[in-house]
Design a protein around this ligand. Structure first.
Ligand code: 6PG
Length: 242
């Protein structure tokens, strides 16, 4: 697990964008299957990406997927796709055919099955699991990641790619990428900023399987943490071998 720590959330976001662009430039000709998370943290990064780095991004070599979705229509302010559309994919020259959204307005159990099939048909499979090139994750203060909340740990070892989950704080249903496809990705990047995330970053960094985010961080391959100083306040910043 490798931490990258910057003085502010904006510098962290810029560094992560440049990192992603470099990853794609380093493998010319390859199409990158990238799964994005929602929530509030990546909004700044998506906005900067569209406004400052669009010209140097190989959009034609990107396929965009979603790690999770709230079960609401895209127009709802809770929609992860709605946020990504308004800040990023609806603004930059990416072909809409290469943006694969989770339909939050559809019946959750059916949509989890449908979207799992979409991923199976688009992303190279190995040993029964899709191998995303990059999965971008966030972490909640309670230790959740994707939409796998504490108490929903069975989703970490589910035999499905996506499952229905719910936010225990308000009961809202969600569709969540499960643990195995995350662990099988080529690269997993956490973007975590802000003082209120210092404890969860400490937990992710120092503990093993205490919560969903920590479990993923300790079991996935090539895990990178993009943090600001506030989120990194309780860790020493040394790389932990995978
Ligand atoms: C979501 C997510 C979720 C998110 C964390 C952090 O839909 O909410 O994909 O896993 O990454 O909850 O969210 P914040 O950035 O809002 O703190």
């Amino acid at each position: 697990m490798k931490p990258f720590i910057y003085p502010s959330s904006i510098e962290t976001a810029r560094a992560l964008i440049l990192h992603l662009i470099k990853i794609m430039i380093d493998e010319p000709g390859k199409t990158f299957n990238i799964a994005l998370s929602g929530g509030s943290t990546p909004a700044l990064m998506f906005d900067l990406w569209a406004n400052e780095y669009s010209d140097i991004t190989p959009w034609t070599r990107m396929k965009v997927f979603f790690v999770d979705e709230r079960c609401v229509p895209p127009e709802n302010s809770d929609s992860n796709y709605g946020m990504v559309r308004s800040l990023l994919v609806g603004v930059v020259p990416i072909d809409y055919e290469n943006v694969f959204r989770i339909r939050g307005e559809d019946r959750p159990d059916k949509e989890a099955v449908r979207y799992s099939k979409v991923v199976e048909s688009q992303v190279p499979m190995q040993d029964g699991w899709p191998v995303f090139d990059v999965i971008l994750l966030g972490a909640g203060g309670d230790g959740h990641t994707s939409s796998i909340f504490p108490g929903q740990e069975k989703l970490l070892s589910s035999d499905r790619i996506y499952e229905v989950s719910y936010n225990p704080n308000n009961g809202q249903k969600r569709i969540a990428m499960t643990g195995c496809p995350i662990i099988n990705a080529r690269r997993v990047i956490f973007l975590i900023t802000g003082r209120n995330k210092a404890e969860v970053v400490e937990e992710i960094y120092t503990s093993g399987d205490t919560g969903p985010a920590a479990y993923i961080a300790h079991h996935a391959k090539n895990v990178e943490l993009f943090l600001d100083d506030y989120a990194a306040a309780n860790i020493n910043g040394e790389e932990i071998p995978d």
